[in-house]
Each structure stands twice: as C-alpha cells, then as structure tokens.
Design a protein around this ligand. Structure first.
Ligand code: TXA
Ligand code: MG
Length: 322
C-alpha cells in the first residue's frame, strides 16, 4: 500500500522520491495535488501521463517560501507583494511572466507561470525538504471530481503514484483562485478559495476573462469536475419513484420525496462549509450506485461563485446528454 500517514519520516521519504523524479500525491488546504519536481521536465511529464491530461494544460507550481517567487517569475508591481502578504500561504494562485528556469512543459509553452504557496503544513514541509518547487495539478483523472482526501486519490490514481501522503481532509475543499496579472490589470481565470471581493479589497478592480475557443485554464472548459454518476441541478421533473436518486441540498430543509440518500452541504447555509463538503459528498454519492444525483444551486456570493462554477461544469456533460 503506497498510502501513508503524513509524518516527519514519510515526508522525508516523499521528498527523496520527488528529488529522484518520482510522483507524490500530497494534501493541500484546497484539494490533494499530484506532485513532481517542477524543474525536472521528465518528472513533470509523468503527471500528464498519470492524469491522462491533454498536454495543453499548464500546471501550478507550489513553493514553500514567499521569497521563492522572485526566483521563478518577473514582475515589478507593489500590488503583487500586497497580495502575497495578505493571502499567502493560501488558496491564491498568481499567473505571472516566467523566468527561463521554469521548463516549458510546466507552462505548456506559455510565457507565464502559475504559482502559489499552499497553506498546509505537510505540503510546505514536503516542498521545503524537496528543495525545489513542486508542480501539481489536482490529483484526479482529467475531467473527474477533485480529491479532498487521500482515499479519493488512492481510488483513482493509486497505481500511478509512488506515494500518497495522508494529511486528512482538505479544509477549503475547492481549488485555488487563479489570478493573472497582465499589462497592469488583474484577471480572474478561475474562481476558488479566495473571493473576488477579498481580492478587490486588497488591490482594487479585478476583471474576469471571457472564455474563448482555446482556454488557458481547463477550469474554463464547459465541462469538468464530473462524477461518474449523472449529476443534474435539482428540478421536480427528476423526482421519479422508480429511480435511485441522491440529493445534495445547500442547507437544511424538509422534503416530501423519498430519496435514496440525502445530504446537506451546510446545515446552516455557511458557504465555507459547503465548499469544503462539495467534492467530498460527490465522491461519497458516486459509490452508492445511484441512477443520478440532484444538486441544489447555492447563492452566487463569495465562495458561492467558486461552488457554482464547479457545479455548472460538473452538470454540463450530463445536461447535454439528457
Ligand atoms: O488549489 C489548487 O489550485 C490545486 C492544488 C493542488 O494546488 N491545483 C489545481 O491544479 O487545481 P489544476 O492543474 O487542477 O488546475 C490548475 C489550473 C488549470 O486550469 C491551468 O490551466 C491553470 O491553472 N494554469 C496553470 N498555468 C497557467 C498559466 N500559465 N496561465 C493560465 N492558466 C494557467
Ligand atoms: Mg483540476
């Protein structure tokens, strides 16, 4: 079994594997990552192979200290320092012009690199001991649900990684917010753990980039994050007696219909708690042999934007086939 509890000993072992060009899955506060030495192109190629990810998708590199940012990116704007002061370590990824040292396979040939410092003791220790930035996408097969526990990783990628470090459930539960800095402006490429409102409070106006035919972030593809069981937004037309149906409500409510399984993202309607349960619940429901899953939309404020972004993409494939 290559799934181990994260402790000093297992982290040192994992760091040695990273240095040797291996693949290690590790916990972060957002979701679990599938990591390799970002400065070793062969090791990075193994990530794409394991995920079956199309090569055009660039990866986020994870660093252990704020000072490392200067080694891999070029920028000259005090607002970047303000952002990292306020939000690092944490679920904010910055897309900045890259330095030569970052291999093209990491950025898919883009002149920019996505970089963040995760807020998780195990991740930070692993990166520090590896003494190199770690390139890591979410540790799921391409297009599938993101993993928020070590077990999720083991189920889908267990035979593809050298080691999985178990550091418990990811506390944020949705991926980092991706913020690009370009020609003096900030653009959100993916909504995530830090809200637009929080960012604007720190550095002023933030713009959104429209989706085009050649998305820079797969988060911008219309489908993603899908469970294997069909997932639809809650609608009465789906309430059929002869079907096994799972339901995920946003908050506590009474229902007449008898569902096979009922879940509540947050009993008292807390969006943070809802985000942290989102992928977890979908993973659980996927195991229940249901005909389909219904999910209730959440209010699109604060973290609700990141949740609804995931849900629109997770339901897309099933909605068009329906
Ligand atoms: O919370 C997270 O961000 C997690 C944990 C493991 O850190 N990672 C994660 O990685 O979600 P991934 O690969 O699943 O998503 C990274 C996103 C992709 O949508 C990718 O296209 C975008 O970041 N990205 C990476 N480099 C980029 C770049 N240079 N320009 C624009 N987008 C970029
Ligand atoms: Mg992902």
């Amino acid at each position: 079994m290559n799934l181990v509890k994260a402790n000093r000993e297992s982290i040192l072992k994992a760091a040695a594997m990273i240095k040797a060009g291996g693949l290690v899955a590790f916990p972060t506060e957002t979701v679990y990552g599938l990591g390799a030495d970002a400065l070793n192109p062969i090791a990075v190629a193994k990530i794409f192979e394991a995920k079956k990810r199309p090569n055009f998708n660039p990866l986020i590199i994870h660093i252990a200290k704020k000072e490392w940012l200067q080694s891999f990116t070029e920028f000259n704007d005090s607002r970047i320092e303000k952002l990292i002061e306020k939000f690092w370590p944490g679920p904010l990824t910055l897309v900045l012009p890259k330095k030569e040292i970052v291999p093209n396979i990491v950025t898919s040939g883009n002149p920019t690199v996505a970089i963040r410092m995760p807020n998780h003791e195990v991740a930070l220790k692993l990166i520090e001991e590896s003494d190199t930035p770690i390139a890591a996408p979410s540790a799921n097969k391409f297009g599938h649900l993101s993993p928020t526990t070590a077990k999720h990783v083991h189920k889908y990628l267990g035979d593809k990684v050298d080691l999985i470090l178990d550091g418990g459930k990811s506390s944020v539960g949705v991926e980092s917010t991706i913020l690009q800095f370009q020609d003096g402006d900030f653009f959100i490429l993916r909504y995530g753990g830090i809200t637009k409102e929080e960012l604007e409070e720190c550095v002023g106006v933030i713009k959104s980039k429209s989706v085009d035919k050649n998305p820079v972030a797969p988060g911008q593809l219309p489908f993603h994050y899908s469970p294997n069981t069909p997932l639809y937004f809650y609608d009465e037309k789906y309430l059929k007696k002869n079907k096994k149906i799972g339901v995920v409500y946003f908050q506590k409510r009474k229902t007449e219909f008898e569902f096979t399984v009922e879940k509540f993202l947050s009993l008292n309607g807390d969006l943070r708690e809802a985000a942290s349960n989102l992928f977890l619940f979908l993973h659980e429901l996927e195991k229940e042999n249901l005909d389909y899953i219904l999910i209730e939309p959440v209010p699109e404020i604060g973290l609700g934007k990141a949740i609804m972004d995931r849900l629109r993409k997770a339901t897309f494939k099933h909605m068009v086939n329906n």
